[in-house]
Design a protein around this ligand. Structure first.
Ligand code: NOJ
Length: 529
């Protein structure tokens, strides 16, 4: 393995969705000063780094993933000084800092896009994005049949206004996400130069790592051909490839990112590599001269089932190993239904989420935790009028969107703000969050927070946490057990429906009490050494 001694190879990174973490000024939206005031909590929790979801100015359509200036801070969240202070304080607490970078698209309010809208077809201003005339006699149909990830066509037509005030239809522009997120044209050198500037900007400010949004995006299939996987096309080959994502030239973008980061000591980039054709293509993103790390979707997409979880672990280790990169384990982020809800109803979900947290934290590689999962927060079913995620509207109200995982964290006390804010939280916090506050859980040795603290402490200090592969043990049906290679650390998960004997070893930690006869109950994981 090539990553000996690199801090990110084994680190536990805590994702802070800034607007939902802690609000310092009572406007109901979390901010950088709020994060800064809670660094002691992160140190107590025992993570190594925090990843800040986008902090750039943004109209907030996709909460920061629609950026108007990649080298500024959104006034809603604070100032560049606040960010500098946060980085300095985080380092003083022994925490590294990652920021999100969004190279695939900008906001439609970015000065580049505004200039493009007011410029003529064929102008250099339009060449920074993907503008095309429409199809059909009057250009009334989109240039191709691509669909947006959030629902609906991936093209929107502009309306031009002439000097005399009359309007007429104009060109179409491409947006793989919301219409307010136009895709940049990565065949344009200005776009490359701007990313390079952004990367240097963050490295110069002292951030330790970058999370690259939609890392499999940027390059589109040459000529923007129709997507033959859409209805209306007779398949012409078995290899139906998504023309929107994972195109070979994207790797040059990652080579640029790597080349810039290599100029700074100890910096890393982790890519959000979404669905790609296969694991060989996935591994391409973490080649020696590309990203240091990439998220793999197998474990987070796996059902709560011992066979599925084991397969996901094997796949992820094999894919990362084939490129010589550390594996990245994550069960959750701001785009997914929270594990405590996703893994089952009633009390099952939270118990399973605790068990799966021990599985993920036992594995070789680095782990990414999403804020609030350490409190066992459930996903929240929000009333339609409270929903803010663009997916809700763009899917024609068929997909409720991702707001349920973005409801602010309950820190202490009573609603409506539960210590998150003295004002009105930007998404309503349910009463159920009142029983899950960080303050209460810190006092309770059986809480989910105490489990995470204990697990992270062991992971950091116990000598058994080494070895970069896993060896599987035979396990009863519905269960799994593995040992880290060359180490004594064993992790067992009972995803079945009756208690089972534990593998041999001294119990270090369990996600729930063992049975009276010392067996591992259903929906429980144990660490032994
Ligand atoms: C992935 C981010 O995680 C998600 O929140 C965002 O909506 C899309 N990329 C578009 O930037």
């Amino acid at each position: 393995m090539r990553h000996d001694g690199q801090w990110w190879a084994e680190a536990v990174v805590y994702q802070v969705y800034v607007r939902s973490f802690a609000d310092s000024d009572g406007d109901g939206v979390g901010d950088l000063a709020g994060v800064r005031s809670r660094l002691g909590y992160l140190e107590l929790l025992g993570v190594d780094a925090l990843w800040l979801s986008p902090v750039n100015p943004s109209p907030g359509l996709d909460h920061g993933y629609d950026v108007t200036d990649p080298r500024e801070v959104d006034p809603l969240l604070g100032t560049l000084d606040d960010l500098d202070g946060l980085i300095t304080d985080a380092h003083a607490h022994g925490l590294r800092v990652l920021v999100d970078v969004v190279p695939n698209h900008t906001s439609d309010q970015h000065e580049w896009f505004r200039a493009a809208v007011s410029s003529a077809p064929g102008s250099p201003e339009r060449a920074r994005y993907h503008f095309r005339p429409g199809r059909g006699d009057r250009g009334e149909q989109p240039p191709n049949n691509w669909q947006s990830v959030f629902g609906g066509p991936a093209w929107t037509r502009l309306t031009a206004t002439d000097e005399d005030g009359t309007s007429r239809p104009d060109e179409w522009y491409l947006h793989l996400f919301a219409p307010g997120q136009p895709d940049l044209n990565w065949e344009n050198p200005e776009v490359w130069a701007d990313l390079e500037k952004t990367l240097r900007f963050w490295c110069d400010r002292g951030v330790d790592g970058l999370r690259i949004d939609v890392a499999h995006g940027m390059a589109k299939a040459a000529g923007l051909p129709d997507d033959r996987r859409q209805p209306g096309w007779t398949p012409v080959s078995d290899e139906l490839v998504d023309p929107r994502f994972d195109q070979d030239p994207v790797h040059d973008v990652h080579r640029l990112i790597r080349a810039v980061l290599d100029h700074y000591p100890d910096r890393m980039a982790v890519g959000e590599v979404g669905t790609v054709r296969d694991d060989a293509r996935w591994a391409g993103y973490v080649r020696r001269d590309e990203l240091h790390l990439a998220f793999h979707s197998a474990l987070r997409d796996a059902a709560y089932d011992a066979v599925a979880v084991r397969e996901a672990i094997d796949r992820t280790l094999a894919a990362a190993g084939s490129a010589g990169a550390p594996a990245v384990w994550t069960l959750s982020n701001h785009d997914l239904v929270r594990p405590a809800t996703r893994y089952g109803e009633g009390a099952d979900g939270p118990a399973r989420a605790r068990a799966m947290a021990l599985v993920a934290l036992a594995l070789p590689g680095t782990a990414y935790l999403y804020h609030g999962d350490e409190l066992g927060l459930p996903d929240v079913e929000l009333p339609a009028e409270a929903r803010q995620d663009p997916t809700w509207e763009l899917s024609g109200h068929t997909d409720p969107g991702r707001d349920g995982a973005r409801v602010p964290l309950p820190w202490e006390g009573e609603g409506p703000g539960y210590g998150f804010t003295t004002g009105t939280p930007w998404l309503p916090m349910p009463e159920a969050y009142g029983a899950l506050t960080a303050a209460d859980q810190l006092e309770d040795p059986n809480s989910t927070l105490s489990l995470y603290r204990h697990a992270l402490d062991l992971r950091r200090s116990h000598p058994a946490f080494h070895g970069d592969q896993v060896e599987w043990f035979g396990a009863p049906a519905g269960c799994l057990a593995f040992r880290r290679t060359g180490s004594t650390l064993v992790c067992a998960l009972n995803a079945g429906d009756r208690p089972v004997p534990l593998p041999p070893g001294d119990v270090l930690l369990t996600s729930a009490p063992l049975t009276d006869c010392g067996e591992l109950p259903p929906d429980t994981a144990a660490w032994l050494a």
